[in-house]
Write a protein that binds this ligand. Structure first.
Ligand code: 6GU
Length: 271
């Protein structure tokens, strides 16, 4: 998979040389290239922004500079054999759709992703409009409901979340199956390692029992409990068919019941 990141702070992405993503790059599973947007400026001061038309605070990134940058990065990969349908332009912005594990899974199947990192008040809206109109898939992504100074952190997040899903990047593909925000729709159960007793806190006995069916049940109960407490929004989205009798008992133990559309708080006055 090829990923191009365009930013005015290429050094920000140095972290992608480390750890699993760094290894994926070194092994050739991930062809990641970071570009300095200012390489496409044409004036002496290498200007990438201008004041907002219509007035208001801050600065807006210029469409002409972004157009030259994105054209060239798209053309570079097209020359390497990718078609227009194989590329997706990702634009991090707090006004985008929320980036989730589903987004990461979808992007992991896209041969070429271009991430355009805006700063200031964002990129002139015609850039997204233009590439959409020219047939490029464009996704504006937000990390969540808070404001960052630019898209670079989102680029780090997207590259890490996507790269670990590429075949061969995570050593044991099994570890991708049960983790939080996996297909089960539950948060991950708590995990423990040796020593079995630490500062007076003991690992739950069942995990030392060697009884695999009981361990599996215990883990699923804890996942249900945790999700009810921390992410009731996720719990409500579970399909009733996905919940067996033991799941329903675990839900009832934490004050939930399973209605025709899925789990709901048992107390009708509750959340
Ligand atoms: Cl993707 N960009 C910025 N600037 N702020 C954000 C964000 C992205 N996601 C959440 N806040």
């Amino acid at each position: 998979m090829r990923v191009d990141v365009v930013t005015i702070f290429p050094e920000y992405l140095a972290a992608l040389d480390l750890s699993l993503v760094g290894k994926a790059r070194a092994s050739g599973l991930l062809d990641l290239r970071v570009h300095d947007l200012r390489a496409w400026t044409t004036d002496r001061h290498r200007t990438v922004d201008d004041s907002p038309l219509g007035g208001g605070a801050g600065m807006v990134m210029r469409p002409d500079v972004w157009g030259l940058a994105v054209d060239e990065v798209l053309a570079g990969a097209a020359g390497a054999g990718a078609g227009a349908g194989d590329v997706e332009l990702v634009v991090p912005t707090p006004s985008g759709e929320v980036f989730t594990q589903r987004t990461a899974e979808r992007l992991a199947g896209v041969p070429h992703v271009v991430v355009a990192c805006g700063r200031y008040e964002g990129i002139d809206a015609r850039v997204v409009e233009h590439y959409r109109a020219s047939g490029v898939r464009v996704t504006e992504l937000s990390l969540g409901d808070y404001v960052l100074n630019g898209g670079e952190v989102a680029a780090l997040v997207v590259v890490e979340a996507v790269a670990r899903l590429l075949p061969g990047v995570v050593g044991n593909p099994h570890s991708l199956v049960e983790e939080s925000h996996g297909v089960a729709g539950l948060l991950e159960y708590p995990v423990y390692t040796r020593p079995p007793s630490w500062r007076g806190h003991d690992v739950p006995d069942v995990l030392l029992s060697g009884h695999h069916a009981r361990i599996e049940r215990w883990r699923r109960d804890r996942a249900i409990e945790r999700t009810a407490e921390r992410r009731p929004d996720l719990l409500r989205r579970l399909a009733p068919e996905a919940l067996d009798r033991a799941d329903r008992a675990a839900l009832e133990a934490v004050g939930w019941t399973v209605g025709p559309d899925g789990p709901v708080p048992a107390d009708p006055r509750g959340s």
